[in-house]
Design a protein around this ligand. Structure first.
Ligand SMILES: [Zn+2]
Length: 330
């Protein structure tokens, strides 16, 4: 079935498995009916394309069924390494609005988006939402951390950017978009407070995070966790050397980190070898770092994904997990 036959449409989990297992994260899906939409085709609706599952879900929560939404990066695919497919090109050529993360999160698609001749508005959401991103030194270079959504306050700004561009695209739906934006943002504000309260339940000397790739620095900064190190850097395109693994293991032992965390779709051998070298536990649950969880997982929407990650971290570091139950806004 063509992707164009669905109003809200994400590609199925077809791709991926990179040879060497440094495959990053990434996941796709959205709330409720994303991949199983039965909505009838309405070719009169504007065509919106979003690159990542995060952007897709937020766009879907704002736009509901007012657009034909096509999501490009499938579940379990890594945006850092994602190679566009011919259908992606077609979707981009037919789009009226293209939303992408930017800050080089999805370099393959960004290149294609820039090369695509179309009248569509091409919006790099992250640089508009967070114009002063976190930066890191990596192999002698300063790199921008593109994973801005791991702080719900940044997600609130992303929602504002998406909503504003949807209003430009379909001014007649402005009221719906604005009211959905207000509802979502009220929930994200509650999510932020809930994460704060759960992280506060972790003993102070255990608030330390080690992950395979460096994707959670916006989270650790927002919630006062220290990031001891990651096995890889910001991107996932380099396999760590034995020396890097050894150095990280040493750091872990020095800081007495109780648990280290795997990520969805990242080869768990890497984190397992660090754990073995440092003799620490690997968390049973995995973190959603570069996208949402697949349909049916506990990371299916942006809000659920953030709550699931917090659960993983809180349980792994000896805090108390309580279910996130946002109060509905009036
Ligand atoms: Zn990443």
């Amino acid at each position: 079935m063509s992707r164009k036959l669905l109003n809200i449409n994400c590609l199925p989990a077809v791709m991926f498995a990179l040879s060497i297992g440094v495959v990053g994260c990434g996941n796709q899906a959205t709330s409720t009916s994303f991949t199983q939409s039965t909505t009838r085709v309405n070719y009169n609706l504007p065509q919106v394309v979003a690159t990542t599952s995060i952007l897709c879900d937020l766009t879907k929560q704002i736009a509901r069924n007012t657009v034909n939404l096509t999501c490009l990066i499938p579940p379990d695919a890594d945006p850092h390494l994602y190679q566009p497919k011919p259908e992606d090109r077609t979707a981009l050529e037919q789009a009226n609005l293209i939303l992408y993360n930017g800050y080089n999160l999805e370099p393959g698609l960004i290149k294609l988006i820039k090369a695509t001749k179309s009248n569509a508005s091409k919006i790099a959401v992250a640089p508009i939402a967070v114009p002063q991103p976190q930066k890191f030194r990596q192999s002698g270079n300063i790199v921008t951390d593109p994973h801005i959504w791991h702080n719900p306050k940044n997600a609130i700004r992303m929602v504002e950017v998406i909503s504003r561009n949807l209003v430009k695209l379909e001014p007649s739906n402005a009221e719906t978009y604005n009211s959905n934006q207000i509802k979502i943002n009220a929930e994200l504000t509650q999510l932020d407070s809930w994460i704060k309260s759960r992280i506060a339940s972790i003993p102070t000397d255990k608030r330390t995070l080690v992950t395979p790739h460096n994707a959670l620095s916006y989270y650790t900064k927002a919630y006062g966790l220290s990031l001891v190190g990651s096995v890889e850097g910001i991107s996932t395109n380099k396999r760590p050397t034995d020396t890097q693994v050894k150095n990280l293991a040493k750091k872990i032992q020095q800081t007495k980190v109780p648990t280290i965390f795997p990520e969805t779709a990242i080869n768990s051998n890497i984190i397992q070898s660090v754990a073995a070298a440092a003799t620490v536990k690997v968390a049973e649950r995995t973190l959603y770092t570069d996208g949402l969880g697949d349909v049916g997982t506990d990371g299916e929407t942006y809000q659920n994904m953030m709550a699931a990650n917090t659960r993983t971290i809180v349980e792994g570091l000896g805090g108390t997990y309580l279910i996130f139950q946002p109060k509905a806004s009036k």
